[in-house]
Design a protein around this ligand. Structure first.
Ligand SMILES: Cc1cc2nc3c(=O)[nH]c(=O)nc-3n(C[C@H](O)[C@H](O)[C@H](O)COP(=O)(O)OP(=O)(O)OC[C@H]3O[C@@H](n4cnc5c(N)ncnc54)[C@H](O)[C@@H]3O)c2cc1C
Length: 376
């Protein structure tokens, strides 16, 4: 399904698909089993252009449309949901810089954004501020030409190999007291504490961050003073299309795995695929995959055409993430006992799917966004 991609766009999506299926499936299995970061894969991902998808060509990026970007994240997630989320976060942060950074900061940072060493993080959540980012406590104080940041962030993706941390911190009280800063992860005041023991996406890095007197040049404030929350929420609208694409990639992998297993597994003298009960699980999964893709690409197209897409992105993320969990559940069910051990891919995919209803806004928060939009 190409959704009217031109030849160049189709080439990019097919390159992602070929590379992901040839290279990433086996590696993802190792990252999962050893809980090892996929950091060593970043140079290859950079070389393929995947770290520079949403940066405009004038700054050296690929300037991919949101539809193409979504299709590529889908193909990567098919093979490795960890790779997909790593790149979804990195590319989202690059877009924030491109939109809200000063021209000087953009000229300084964006030409290198496609390099492995430039990995970006989106440091919003804190131990006591998850669904409600307006309650963050990390502080920033202006001292001469620098802001000085103190506080702690939690659950930050890419925060071990990451270099540039888009960080929300408060300079005052209330929602308007929050600013977005461009933080150098190499500052001596930044401490990274790896979070181990995740259920899934175990190749993706997750860490807590401690900031002690971290210095940020005044010119590295993103947007206006007090615009931080608005910037973060706008970025998350796009990020949700990325997570929905990750979810559809997981669904397609589950569908392929369960279909092929059902055709070769024989019980009672027949392949289980001949049983209607099994066919129904496969059929329901195929329908949900198409519905999730249609919602995701619809949101991406709205964004590409400059129309409002907050609602569409929330609907796509809500449906795709919940459907991914249903499809992964069925994929395990079709595999029987074999689906319950890590010899089969569906066991891992089911664990990877779980987080998609949690990060970048839980399902409940997507419903809040959708309900608010309907209420007007
Ligand atoms: C692997 C992983 C990677 C992550 N990466 C990042 C990252 O890169 N950057 C970042 O900033 N954060 C990141 N997060 C954090 C993630 O965005 C939060 O976990 C998420 O927003 C939920 O916040 P919380 O965990 O504090 O749960 P809480 O906000 O405490 O929510 C707990 C439960 O209450 C529900 N709830 C809360 N408020 C409401 C409400 N108003 N109405 C109805 N129900 C409600 C929630 O839906 C949930 O079910 C990551 C999380 C994980 C697990």
């Amino acid at each position: 399904m190409y959704w009217h991609l031109d030849e160049d766009q189709r080439f990019l999506v097919e390159a992602a698909r070929d590379y992901a299926r040839a290279e990433l499936i086996a590696k993802d299995r190792v990252w999962d089993a050893t809980e090892q970061s996929l950091g060593d894969e970043l140079p290859s991902l950079a070389e393929m252009g995947f770290m520079n998808m949403r940066v405009r060509e004038e700054y050296g990026g690929l300037g991919c449309s949101m539809v193409v970007y979504s299709r590529i994240l889908h193909e990567l997630a098919y093979a490795s949901p960890s790779v997909s989320v790593t790149l979804s976060v990195h590319n989202m942060v690059g877009e924030v810089l491109q939109k809200y950074g000063s021209e000087e900061l953009r000229r300084q940072m964006l030409p290198d954004w496609g390099k492995a060493e430039s990995l970006g993080t989106f440091a919003i959540s804190e131990a006591d501020a998850g669904s409600d980012p307006s309650s963050i406590q990390t502080r920033a104080e202006l001292k001469g030409d620098y802001y000085v940041l103190d506080g702690a962030k939690m659950w930050i993706t890419n925060a071990l190999s990451g270099r540039w941390f888009m960080t929300l911190a408060r300079t005052g009280e209330g929602k308007k007291g929050i600013c977005a800063f461009w933080v150098d992860g190499n500052d001596p005041g930044v401490e990274r504490l790896e979070i181990k023991g995740k259920t899934g996406i175990r190749g993706s890095e997750t860490a807590a961050l401690h900031y002690t007197q971290v210095k940020v040049p005044r010119a590295w404030l993103l947007g206006e003073d007090g615009q931080g929350l608005e910037i973060a929420l706008a970025a998350l609208d796009g990020g949700r299309i990325g997570i929905a694409s990750q979810a559809t990639g997981i669904m397609e992998a589950c569908l392929d795995e369960m279909t092929s297993y059902a055709k070769q597994r024989v019980q009672f003298g027949h392949p289980i695929a001949e049983r209607q009960a099994i066919q129904f699980m496969i059929a329901d999964s195929a329908v949900e995959l198409e519905a999730a893709r249609a919602l995701t690409l619809h949101a991406a197209r709205l964004r590409d055409s400059g129309e409002p897409y907050t609602q569409a992105a929330a609907k796509a993320k809500l449906f795709a993430s919940e459907a991914a969990n249903r499809v992964a559940y069925r994929a395990v069910q079709v595999h029987g006992g074999a689906g319950y051990v890590n010899e089969t891919r569906v066991e891992r995919l089911a664990r990877d799917a779980r987080v998609t209803t949690i990060y970048e806004g839980t399902s409940e928060i997507q419903r809040v966004v959708i309900g608010r939009g309907l209420k007007g």
